[in-house]
Design a protein around this ligand. Structure first.
Ligand code: SF4
Length: 316
């Protein structure tokens, strides 16, 4: 793991001891029960129109989006701009991540025509940058790498001018699977770190390893140096500032090009990990500055940033 980096500006210090308690989430009484109130910077106006076209097209073509399945807070904005992140390999994940709203369980069979349908959607949406992610498929020998490859090839054929970004699972230390996917030459290879090593097991469950994430990003650069690598973290899960900066250092050690940092939001109050802290926009700006100093080529850091939010701007 990399060494801690000195801080640029004074910020409230969050230590590992205090980070596990719910100290900065505002709460209020409504009708006799306590609800958590979002800070003002996490309220955004609803966009005007356009949402139904994107949602309808996905339904017509039988496609899944991570926007819907993960209850992304930017869904209305992105759909209204006729953009979305395709989620392939089904809608059921084999990992029990504590932050994610995607259904978990035993996945169904692969759909051989999914690559063609995905490419048709990309064409009809007029996408210039196509982002493809997936559920984790530990039940498949190659983790779904060949299906990723087929999806990229189908988009290349139908929308040759579009750039392509994949946001992949970790492929469980399987370099052959990664090499297979890279044969299709995506422009951007994104794999999220999600959180700091201390919280990895709690956030990503027992089947995931911090080391696999760093090794995967390093391997992609070794196999395909021209591919831009990208990773992201959710903040507000109890991580300390030093821990975040250490992860950023590790990502640069793995030659990661692009970084996204966003606020974790609990998909619903009945399940999933609680928000430990709402990170102020100034603190996101601080991390963004630090990331640029560490050498990331592009950085998006803010409360609503998600790994595919405005992904085209970052890829250009
Ligand atoms: S930020 Fe990404 S996941 Fe969220 S709605 Fe936009 S494209 Fe979908």
């Amino acid at each position: 793991m990399g060494s801690a980096v000195s801080k640029l500006i004074a910020l409230p210090i969050v230590s590992a001891e205090s980070a596990d308690v719910d100290v900065q989430v505002e709460a209020q009484e409504v009708d006799g029960s306590t609800v958590k109130r979002l800070p003002r910077w996490l309220k955004k106006p609803l966009p005007k129109g356009g949402v139904n076209f994107t949602a309808g097209l996905m339904e017509e073509l039988g496609l899944e989006t991570v926007c819907d399945n993960a209850k992304c807070p930017n869904r209305s904005e992105c759909y209204s701009q006729q953009t979305a992140t395709f989620m392939i390999l089904g809608n059921t994940c084999t990992r029990p991540c504590g932050f994610c709203a995607v259904k978990r369980g035993r996945p169904g069979a692969l759909e051989a025509d999914e690559p063609t349908r995905l490419a048709q959607a990309a064409l009809r949406l007029g996408l210039k940058h196509v982002v493809i992610t997936s559920v984790t498929r530990d039940d498949l020998a190659d983790g779904g790498a060949e299906h990723f490859r087929q999806c990229i090839l189908a988009v290349r054929e139908l929308v040759p001018d579009a750039t392509i970004e994949v946001l992949t699972p970790d492929f469980v230390d399987n370099p052959d699977a990664v090499a297979k996917l890279l044969e299709a030459r995506p422009e951007v290879f994104n794999h999220n770190t999600e959180t700091v090593p201390r919280l990895y097991r709690r956030v990503r469950g027992p089947k995931s390893r911090y080391r696999w994430t760093m090794d995967l990003l390093r391997l992609v650069k070794q196999l395909s140096p021209q591919v831009r690598t990208k990773s992201g973290l959710m903040l507000g899960l109890g991580e300390t500032q030093d821990e975040v900066l250490e992860v950023l250092t590790d990502l640069r050690d793995a030659d990661c090009d692009f970084l996204t940092l966003g606020q974790y939001l609990q998909p619903s109050e009945t399940r999933y990990l609680s928000v430990v802290r709402y990170i102020h926009p100034d603190e996101f700006a601080f991390y963004g500055e630090m990331a640029k100093k560490l050498g990331f080529k592009k950085v998006a850091s803010g409360p609503f940033v998600r790994s595919s939010y405005h992904a085209r701007d970052m890829a250009e």
